[in-house]
Design a protein. Structure first.
Length: 113
């Protein structure tokens, strides 16, 4: 499920970048240029179409982002047990160790030297 949404999210991101780059900027930098669009749509109609498409793609991008966050929060592993200072290892996934954990001997310090 996460993989499918991630692929859709990536496609939406690429389309969103492409649509934003197609729009005519106010300063005349990146965009289609100053000429008119002949045959397909008028200049005003294409701007309206690109603006609406950008809004829809941005909404879909936001929704898929939130969905991926919710799915990743639900997939966290809960069976990770931190080590305890006493050396006792609690059973994980109902597996109990068969051999006892050997005790660590105290270091012997020679007295009187």
């Amino acid at each position: 499920m996460t993989t499918i949404i991630l692929v859709i999210h990536t496609i939406i991101a690429v389309l969103l970048v492409g649509i934003v780059l197609l729009q005519k900027s106010e300063g005349g930098g990146l965009g289609l240029g100053g000429g008119s669009v002949s045959g397909f749509l008028s200049a005003r109609g294409s701007a309206n179409f690109l603006t609406r498409t950008t809004a829809w793609l941005a909404t879909l991008f936001f929704i898929t982002s939130l969905t991926l966050v919710v799915l990743s929060a639900n997939n966290k592993r809960l069976d990770i047990v931190p080590p305890t200072p006493s050396g006792f290892i609690p059973p994980v996934n109902n597996i109990v160790p068969t051999a006892p954990i050997p005790a660590v001997p105290e270091p012997s310090v020679p007295v009187g030297q």
